[in-house]
Design a protein around this ligand. Structure first.
Ligand code: RB5
Length: 149
């Protein structure tokens, strides 16, 4: 199950991603927003990420204008590793190396075709583990106030 959300700028791309999820029979929980009226991205980010942290959803996909604001908000949720991606390579490697559980994209940055390729690789690439797990643990250590040096 995927948690999906956006602000007003990301709404059109969110709707395109929902079509992809429908076509691929992937379930989702759309936390909004639901039209192009002005809507603050932090609200959708927190709603979607809470579903991931609680275990109700496996991953989150978030869209705003740039993908940046909504990723900043998502990364404030404890347990979320959000990556703002504008191309395929980053989306692939943020799964392989960062075990990202939240994909963020900018509807004003990339086209729908590129976005759907990014969604596809993000959802179908596993985490490599090993040394990368240590580095993720260090990210959590920072969040928990531990000095790494
Ligand atoms: C909304 O105008 C825009 O600021 C927002 O979608 C996003 O790009 C922020 O990072």
């Amino acid at each position: 199950m995927i948690a999906i959300g956006s602000d007003h700028a990301g709404f059109p791309l969110k709707e395109e991603i929902k079509k992809y999820l429908d076509e691929n029979k992937i379930g989702y929980n759309d936390v909004g927003c639901y039209n192009t009226d002005s809507f603050d991205y932090a609200i959708s980010a927190q709603k979607a990420c809470d579903l991931v942290v609680s275990g109700e959803c496996d991953k989150a996909i978030l869209c705003c204008g740039t993908g940046i604001g909504i990723s900043m908000a998502a990364n404030k949720v404890d347990g979320i590793r959000a990556a703002a991606c504008s191309e395929y390579f980053s989306a692939k490697y943020t799964r392989l190396h960062n075990d990202a559980n939240c994909l963020c994209m900018g509807a004003r940055v990339i086209g729908v075709g590129e976005a759907l390729e990014i969604v596809d690789v993000f959802l179908n690439t596993g985490f490599e583990g090993g040394r990368h797990q240590r580095r993720i643990d260090q990210i959590m250590d920072i969040q928990n106030g531990k000095k790494l040096y």
